[in-house]
Design a protein around this ligand. Structure first.
Ligand SMILES: [Zn+2]
Length: 280
């Protein structure tokens, strides 16, 4: 009897490619975070130093590496380049690699591949969205819209290629749950708690979280509010300690994106543990 050698796993190669793609998408994400809030094109003109106006050369535009080689300064005028640029690039690349490791089995089906594409889109769009929300308390619809296009394409394309439309039931349920809860809070708080940007982003993240299972989508949704409440309370307590007024409003986008990402490793295990706890 002969035994077949197992096919070599695609995961290491996919992780390497995802890391490189993540660096490139992270670099694009810094441009998006910088230009979209100002209503400028993300394609033209090429990036220039905001201090001296010199166009950034090709060789100085390599993600992370250029910043390190230039010691974080413009080649022309030596103005400092904020560390958040290489941080966003490296962070996107790390998240891309982690998603491949978490979501891609050794022998991926079309649905596995489509779902991975959806989650890569969540990171590629979510990182600049978080950056803009932290800086300006808003989530530009253009970035959310493009993220929605790629999340939908990944999930619908994966399900159709798999020949199993039922795979879309859980993502639809997740999208509905996130939209109803965040949209409902927007209406109840008359827009003071949740902005319309949060309402638009919620179903996109809910659909991605739902691709892991309805339980994961619900755990992620609950996690966003628990984390938001904890951080909000901590900021109020810290503000009182320093005799400063509490921040007027906490941007909620970072909690939505962060909770959706944490649902990838933790969502379904926590949901299963909860069901066991209540005896179901
Ligand atoms: Zn310069």
């Amino acid at each position: 009897m002969t035994t077949l050698d197992p096919l070599p796993s695609l995961v290491p190669l996919a992780a390497l490619l995802a890391g490189l793609l993540g660096l490139a998408m992270g670099s694009f994400g810094t441009v998006v975070a910088h230009r979209v809030p100002a209503g400028r094109s993300v394609v033209r003109p090429r990036s220039a130093c905001p201090a001296c106006g010199h166009e950034v050369r090709e060789r100085d535009n390599v993600p992370v590496l250029s910043w390190v080689l230039l010691h974080g300064r413009c080649r022309d005028c030596a103005a400092p380049i904020p560390w958040r640029y290489p941080a966003l690039e490296a962070g996107t690349a790390v998240l891309f690699v982690l998603l491949v490791v978490a979501l891609l089995p050794a022998l991926p089906t079309p649905w596995d591949a489509g779902r991975l594409l959806a989650w890569l889109a969540v990171v590629a769009g979510g990182v600049p969205l978080v950056a803009v929300d932290l800086a300006e308390h808003r989530l530009p619809f253009a970035v959310t819209g493009w993220t929605a296009v790629f999340v939908t394409a990944g999930l619908v394309g994966g399900a159709l290629a798999e020949g199993d439309r039922a795979l879309l039931a859980d993502p639809l349920a997740g999208a509905a749950a996130w939209f109803i809860v965040v949209g409902g809070l927007h209406v109840l708080t008359r827009g003071r708690g949740m902005g319309l940007g949060d309402v638009a982003l919620a179903p996109v993240l809910g659909a991605a979280a739902g691709s892991l299972g309805v339980g994961a989508a619900l755990v992620g949704l609950a996690g966003a509010f628990v984390a938001g409440a904890l951080v909000g309370t901590a900021l109020i307590v810290a503000g009182r300690a320093r005799r400063r007024p509490a921040p007027r409003m906490l941007p909620f986008g970072p909690f939505l994106v962060g909770a959706a990402l944490l649902a990838v490793p933790c969502g379904q295990p926590l949901a299963d543990a909860y069901l066991r706890l209540v005896g179901l």
